[in-house]
Design a protein around this ligand. Structure first.
Ligand code: PLP
Length: 421
């Protein structure tokens, strides 16, 4: 609990330890979430069928546009972030596709800040480009350039809460004030910092998650989700001309409009839908998220500091020489997720370290119960040219570590043993 508030106010992990277990379990009937795997649902009679399609009867229509187990998961995730609702997806990339494609058309522009997760980078730079949507990329501190880049075609400012794997931290409140001043939607990928960061309370409009990572936490299920804020009654940026394509949804659905946009424009037409079994497994993980993350963010700091003292080239903002150390202390009081990076200087030394470690599982995942590690340049970023690798902070010897539930001491000892000749 190194840098948490020691006052009487509960930290966010403590608050959600109580809330989430209460929301996932039921007091009557089955305690564990009821798993529904049916692809279709009988309506009983034609009048009910008509009402379901019309929206006046709230019953399941067809599993591509909603599943009862996933609906429970959506409620928990929405309450976690203070959103009006959430829509779950088959994967994190599915969630990002849902959140973006439902708002974009050919000719539109995205401003992408920080990070960036390799899949999201390819999606923006290659796939969306093929459909006439362009993305401009910025570092978290290029605020003047970001303001200059905003024009009438800008529909989304996309932000990763922590640079993965460059570990740079954005000033989310400051960026959201720019987004609000220009009336552009701010979307935050909060995959690495659920609970630690509450993007909607910092002024963001939409939060995206890969639940595959720390939310499920044990590699048992792929999944994703998008959490939306309510459309406000008076003025709202989504009521301005920039978002005229969704105005019919606002007229019909009011505060819930963004949920309807996601369901009709993405789930119905692209089908990146979550399944009942996946959502069930995700909820089993989610109910222990506050406990696991509370422990891991503390372990990450202990490991980063100990390895740094032992001469490792470590990148984590808890270290005083990190360019965003002050921001980490003031704006990331609940840590910044499970990741730190180590630069071993060369690919050979990085491979040697990973192969010698007895504790690291070598894999492309993050946010697991177990400590994971991966050499970046030879795997996720192998197809990227040097200039982009430099922008994303990918050096020849860079290893990304995702700290797990093991004791800090066991991790430190293992890492030190792995570099001994
Ligand atoms: C893993 C990840 C994704 C993609 O999630 P999948 O569930 O693998 O599709 C998106 N953003 C971030 C930050 C991630 O770490």
């Amino acid at each position: 609990m190194s840098h948490f508030n020691t006052g009487l106010m509960m930290n966010r992990f403590e608050e959600f330890t109580t809330r989430i277990v209460q929301q996932v379990g039921k007091k009557e009937g089955p305690v564990s979430p009821v798993m529904v795997n049916s692809a279709s649902f009988g309506y009983g009679n034609s009048e009910t069928g008509e009402g379901i399609f019309e929206g006046s009867i709230k019953k399941p229509l067809y599993a591509r546009v909603g599943n009862p187990t996933s609906a429970q998961l959506e409620q928990v995730l929405a309450s976690m972030d203070g959103g009006i609702g959430a829509v779950s997806a088959s994967t994190g990339m599915g969630a990002i596709a849902m959140a973006t494609l439902s708002l974009l058309k050919s000719g539109d522009e995205i401003i992408s800040i920080g990070g960036l997760f390799g899949g999201t980078y390819s999606y923006f730079s290659e796939t969306l480009t093929r459909f006439g949507i362009t993305t401009k990329f910025f570092d978290v501190d290029e605020l003047a350039g970001i303001e200059e880049a905003i024009n009438t075609a800008t529909k989304i400012i996309f932000l990763e809460s922590v640079g993965n794997p460059n570990m740079r931290l954005p000033d989310i409140a400051k960026i959201s004030s720019i987004a609000n001043r220009f009336g552009v939607a701010l979307m935050v990928d909060n995959t690495t910092t659920p609970l630690s960061i509450a993007p909607l309370s910092l002024g963001a409009d939409i939060v995206v998650y890969s639940t595959t990572k720390i939310i499920t936490g044990n590699a048992s299920a792929l999944g994703g989700a998008v959490v939306y804020r309510a459309i406000t009654e008076g003025s709202d940026k989504f009521k301005e001309d920039r978002y005229r394509d969704i105005h019919p949804f606002i007229q019909k659905m009011g505060s819930m409009a963004l949920i309807a946009v996601a369901k009709k424009r993405a789930l119905r037409d692209f089908g990146m839908s979550a399944n009942g079994f996946g959502s069930y497994l995700t909820m089993l993980g989610l109910e222990t998220l506050p406990l696991r993350l509370d422990r891991i963010v503390t372990t990450v700091e202990s490991v980063a500091k100990a390895l740094y003292e032992k001469g490792f080239v470590v990148n984590h903002p808890c270290l005083p020489h990190h360019p965003h150390h002050e921001r980490y202390l003031s704006q990331f009081a609940n840590g910044c997720g499970t990741i730190l990076t180590i630069d071993m200087g060369s690919k050979e030394r990085a491979f040697e370290f990973l192969n010698r470690s007895k504790l690291i599982t070598i894999t492309a995942n993050i946010g697991d119960s177990r400590t994971l590690g991966l050499h970046m340049a030879s795997t996720i970023y192998r197809d990227f040219d040097d200039q982009i690798k430099e922008f994303l902070g990918i050096t020849a010897g860079l290893i990304r570590i995702s700290i797990g539930l093991e004791s800090a001491e066991a991790i430190i000892d293992d890492f030190v043993d792995a570099v001994k000749i």
